[in-house]
Design a binder for this molecule. Sequence first.
Ligand code: 6LW
Length: 504
Amino acid sequence: MSHPLDAKNTFANPVIPGFHPDPSVCRVGDDYYLACSSFEYFPGVPLFHSRDLVHWTQIGNVLDRPSQLVLPTATPSSGGIYAPTLRHHDGRFWLIVTNVGEGGGNLLVTATDPAGPWSEPVRLPGVPGIDPDLAWDEDGTCWCTFAGVGQVRIDPHTGETFGPPRELWSGTANAKAPEAPHLYRVGDHWYLLIAEGGTERGHGVSVARSRTPSGPFEPCPANPILTHRGTDHPVQNTGHADLVQAPDGSWWMVFLGVRPRGGTPGWHVLGRETFLAPVTWVDGWPVVGEVGLRQPAPPWPLSPPPAEDPRDDFDLGTLRPHWVSLRDRPAQCVTTEERPGWLTLRARGGSPDDPDVTFVGRRQQHPLCRARTLIDPAQGCGGLTVLLDDRHHYDIETDGGEVRVVARAGSLRTVVARRPVPAGPLVLAARISDPAPPHDARTGPDAVSLGVEEPDGTFAVLAALEGRYLSTEVAGGFTGRVIGMYAASGTVRFDWFDYEPTEG
Ligand code: 6LW
């Protein structure tokens, strides 16, 4: 039986919308767990749970305390935490991941409960590069395979490596960036799944197999087994995949993809999102089934989608796991306890361009949506921002008696609108809508309107700005939009924050 809301027995892809790239998945009994990259955001590595592979709930973050993750102020946008592998072995969860910043490198953490706490990190100085994978063979030997693609034997308890890393396989067809390896034992073979072609439009997934975990590997004649390169498919950049087997024996692939919008070349603003597709085995090779924005549901009952209350009232002593900050979140700068029921942000730096700005936000997960927040700016300057990265964001902020919209796109930064603070409670709002006409080959992905709510609830727009400047095609990098609250100076408090998808 399908979910009652879904009469056609289909599900919506992406299964985890918004900036959730590099998914890694594992199953324990009837429960699936999935982890993603988090880059310059803290806490790091969002961790999701599902019973059906389709509906996912974030149950925590793997690196959620400074003893596990320090992202110095010099951490650039799209620096920090890259591409985890999540596995369950010997009664424990294991997660290996790379911090590409100084003093980082590859590190491994474990947990008995994936919601946390996760252990202190074990460092792996002998594992080079990014995208580390973990696989155990029948003897209990642990193999760490990494981008390139290379491999080294490790002791996952100590981080010790045995022997120099060996080259395994560099992919097919002279494609660039063989990366994201995952190694699995299926039947009589070991399968090495990789991404190649780069994480942009040329992205794809290829596979090779061997009788042993360390090769030699024989490439699949049908490689790449998944790519949308050169197509007009609405889901592009498909790659960086992981496989999981369901209790009924069926196989599934999670992978990243993007949803470009607008004219040419197509802009994606939500970052790389997590998609799901079925996999069958033909002649000993995995074959990836249909990939669509809506596609046939798995043959088991779907659990109800997680309930999403648009409003966060900040009534808990801690922030819910989907809230992220830039690089760190010191308790004296971010608290829901100082004024109960409010989120208090205390500034350390200047503006959102400043790596020291105090920020709390959540991923934009829908192409069209709106966000609102009730702000008490009393002793500071702060507001609401739609942020792609440090150098690309649109802000609406209050400072003294003024509300203003500030746009930053690369080296351009300008105040585009200002007005006096209206009487009564101050609600700042952002609306992401379809791009304004005329529509032609150059049309961008969307429009970002920023304004205030009038006492009667109407949205008084101060500025309607082109969304393309907050897209990955303009800004570069690996992340996606995050919408949130910030304090640029002094102390700024927020009573609630609403985020909700809207119709076209
Ligand atoms: C990640 C690499 C990739 O480490 O992008 O799409 C890099 N794949 O495998 C950052 O997410």
